[in-house]
Design a binder for this molecule. Structure first.
Ligand SMILES: CC(C)(COP(=O)(O)OP(=O)(O)OC[C@H]1O[C@@H](n2cnc3c(N)ncnc32)[C@H](O)[C@@H]1OP(=O)(O)O)[C@@H](O)C(=O)NCCC(=O)NCCS
Length: 172
């Protein structure tokens, strides 16, 4: 099966909304992405779709966030949301999107990525519990589900604190 990963374009928005609805079985994530696209921090180059059989079957977004401590603030990225159409799950579409996205994110000047998600899934890409870096979620979350990845060598050296998400995420 050929999987094409490319940057999301304006004309993809409706299809991406349908895909998110079918993968999450609710419309919260589709509404989240609609709101995030209007946020001035949105980076269009870090919003990707996957195509198979000439249809959109996957979506992944990397959105700028901050890691804040009393002394410092550091820019990072949240990997969220990510989804694959139910019929196309477990065929490597998610893997292709994560790997492509992480490469592009590294080339965009970011040092790290944070993800809240399946603890069995993301470690295969190098994610580790964020707590190992002294990075905390702004809400209660199982330790192993809140993960961080360095995009550059020692990208999280001397970075610790609490992740601050844009307020649009509060709705999810
Ligand atoms: C999670 C998701 C994005 C993975 O995409 P995918 O294309 O199926 O993933 P890949 O084909 O690259 O990898 C498959 C592996 O993912 C893991 N995986 C898939 N769905 C999973 C789930 N719900 N929980 C835990 N692991 C899961 C499995 O380990 C699977 O490996 P296996 O085939 O050996 O069992 C996709 O299943 C999905 O859209 N789920 C619904 C929405 C969602 O949960 N999004 C992520 C929020 S963190």
């Amino acid at each position: 099966m050929e999987i094409i990963i490319r940057k999301e374009e304006d004309h993809d928005h409706v299809e991406v909304g349908k895909l998110l609805g079918s993968a999450f079985e609710q419309d919260l994530e589709a509404r989240l992405v609609d709101s995030l696209r209007k946020n001035p921090d949105f980076v269009p180059e870090l919003s990707f779709i996957a195509e198979c059989d000439e249809q959109i079957v996957g979506y992944i977004l990397f959105f700028p966030i901050k890691i804040i401590s009393k002394q410092d603030r550091h820019a990072s990225l949240a990997l969220a949301p990510m989804a694959v159409a139910p019929k196309y799950q477990r065929k490597g579409v998610g893997k292709a999107m994560v790997e492509h996205g992480l490469t592009k994110a590294g080339h965009s000047g970011f040092d790290s990525v944070i993800v809240l998600g399946h603890a069995e899934y993301y470690p295969r890409f190098g994610f580790r519990p964020a707590s190992l870096y002294g990075i905390n979620a702004p809400f209660e979350v199982p330790d192993e589900a809140f993960m961080a990845l360095e995009l550059t060598k020692d990208g999280l050296d001397r970075v610790s604190g609490t992740v601050v998400y844009p307020e649009e995420f509060n709705e999810v």
